[in-house]
Design a protein around this ligand. Structure first.
Ligand SMILES: NC(=O)C1=CN([C@@H]2O[C@H](COP(=O)(O)OP(=O)(O)OC[C@H]3O[C@@H](n4cnc5c(N)ncnc54)[C@H](O)[C@@H]3O)[C@@H](O)[C@H]2O)[C@@H](O)CC1
Ligand SMILES: [K+]
Length: 464
């Protein structure tokens, strides 16, 4: 499990550590780390260009330039605000033979020291002009300039990093935005940091949490998942969600709804009934994909919410909760509920997502007393108990019709197996991402291919 810390906490920790070490020591450690990674990326090539902003981020770049000069690398620097460039860093850079230029000529690697933790908004026009002309790979110092450190939001021109070297700890930007390959350099902050603001699961965490049958397990003890999804118009959503539940855990899956025939034809092992009232007992419900939003669907949602078991409410279930807030009354507030909106569904439910997706997910989690899984390239999972998890997809293969139905099926089966709902949401998201990458292997895929890659994805997380 990896922790991520917001800039306010990082700064507080840096201040505590700085008070106890010689002046400039943290910057030296940081810059040395940048130089080591730069040398690795250069792989014997010899020309580096620095883009240097007005603060300590630029200072890191200048000191890294100093270290690279000591290794015989040719280093040039553009100072975006010459009068505010880090004075000691600039002096050391010049002493070591670094040259200040107006524009970067041909180089093998660019070091982005334009702006770091103090970044506000997109790149300013002069910085943007320097960045626009680059054709060498960019090594970002702390974070790609132009990307918000705490939200990962990109409001305009920004650096696109091949690699990012960050210091002391990861920040939200490293999970919420594209920072390329992220390297962490230890500058001695660990003991000064409080608990993390965000968490990101490693595949091994997912593997450790994933429910697998033991010697005493049978089909009931592993949790029975109920799927209330699909319609005569959209039987596919039912087929995908039920299939995902079946492939995620080895218990039992019951399907209830008008797509029973289609589900039975695809998944003979599912127990299918035409009506929610005949479904039998389950340990968790998945409700919503392809269900429709008419009166009959509302009654299905009500029945599921009244059942007193954990519920994953997706797609049309979210729209119904937004359209008809009376439906919330059907829910026992002590029973876990996971809502899995994409941005438009979120907006129907809780207003605009805005630039800060973490804050949005937390707002809705508080408001509804539910785990909120806000889907996106970086999915944010907020629990009403304050925990927030993120999962960066790293690819977009899962952006395909029916992919959400698969996610809710996986999540429902983990809830039925008794996983903590926020952990279930994070594990399901991670495996969904892995399955998409495995199935795609470089080419577009339909959701059914993602579905059939679930066992391989789960296996990946369980392999040490
Ligand atoms: N505080 C510390 O102990 C350490 C800080 N370090 C470095 O210091 C950085 C933070 O430095 P600072 O707080 O001096 O500030 P930055 O270097 O992040 O920003 C400097 C200035 O850039 C300008 N700026 C803000 N947004 C901009 C934008 N969108 N486009 C262009 N310019 C913009 C502002 O005038 C701002 O004051 C970290 O990211 C890290 O690289 C490291 O040296 C490690 C130790
Ligand atoms: K930067």
């Amino acid at each position: 499990m990896r922790g991520l810390w917001t800039t306010a906490r990082v700064r507080a920790a840096e201040e505590r550590v700085m008070a106890a070490v010689p002046p400039g020591a943290l910057m030296r450690r940081a810059a040395f780390g940048v130089a080591v990674v730069a040398a690795e990326l250069l792989a014997g090539r010899r020309r580096v260009g620095l883009l240097v902003g007005a603060g300590n981020n630029g200072g890191d770049a200048l000191w890294a330039g100093y270290h690279l000069r000591k290794r015989g690398v040719t280093v040039t620097a553009v100072l975006l605000e010459p009068s505010r460039a880090h004075a000691e860093g600039l002096a050391a850079f010049r002493r070591a033979g670094g040259r200040v230029v107006d524009r970067l000529g041909p180089v093998d690697l660019v070091v982005d020291g334009i702006v770091g933790l103090s970044a506000r908004g997109p790149l300013r026009p002069d910085a943007a002009a320097h960045v626009a002309g680059l054709d060498a790979p960019v090594l970002a110092v702390d974070l790609p300039s132009g990307v918000d450190p705490d939200t990962g939001h990109v409001a305009g021109p920004a650096v696109r990093a091949h690699t990012t070297v960050t210091f002391g700890c990861l920040k939200p930007v490293h999970a919420l935005a594209d920072c390329g390959d992220v390297r962490l350099v230890d500058i001695g902050l660990a003991d000064a940091l409080p608990g993390p603001d965000l968490l990101e699961l490693d595949p091994a965490d997912v593997g450790a949490a994933w429910p697998v049958p033991g010697p005493d397990s049978d089909k009931y003890t592993q949790g029975v998942t109920g799927v209330a999804a699909g319609s005569s118009t959209y039987p596919g959503a039912a087929v995908l969600a039920t299939g995902a539940s079946l492939l995620s855990t080895s218990g039992l899956v019951r399907y209830a709804g008008p797509a029973a025939e289609a589900v039975r034809a695809h998944w003979p092992e599912a127990i299918c009934t035409g009506s929610i009232t005949d479904a039998g007992r389950v340990q968790a419900w998945v409700v919503g994909p392809g269900l429709g939003t008419g009166l009959g669907s509302e009654q299905v949602l009500r029945t599921v919410l009244e059942a007193g078991v954990p519920v994953c409410a997706d797609a049309d279930a979210i729209t119904m909760l937004a359209n008809n807030p009376d439906l919330w009354d059907a829910r026992d507030p002590d029973t876990p509920l996971v809502l899995t909106p994409h941005d438009r569904e979120y907006e129907r439910l809780a207003g605009p997502v805005g630039e800060d997706r973490v804050a949005a997910a937390r707002r809705a989690a508080d408001k509804f007393g539910a785990v909120v899984l806000l889907k996106g390239h970086a999915t944010v999972i907020a629990s009403p108990d304050g925990r927030t998890l993120v999962n960066r997809a790293g690819n977009s293969w899962a952006a395909t019709a029916g992919s959400g139905d698969v996610l809710s099926g996986v999540l429902g089966s983990l809830l039925a197996a008794g996983l903590d709902p926020a952990l279930a949401a994070a594990c399901a998201t991670r495996v969904h991402t892995l399955a998409a990458a495995l199935a795609a292997d470089g080419a577009p895929i339909p959701a059914s291919a993602l579905l059939h890659a679930l066992p391989d994805a789960i296996r990946t997380t369980r392999t040490p």
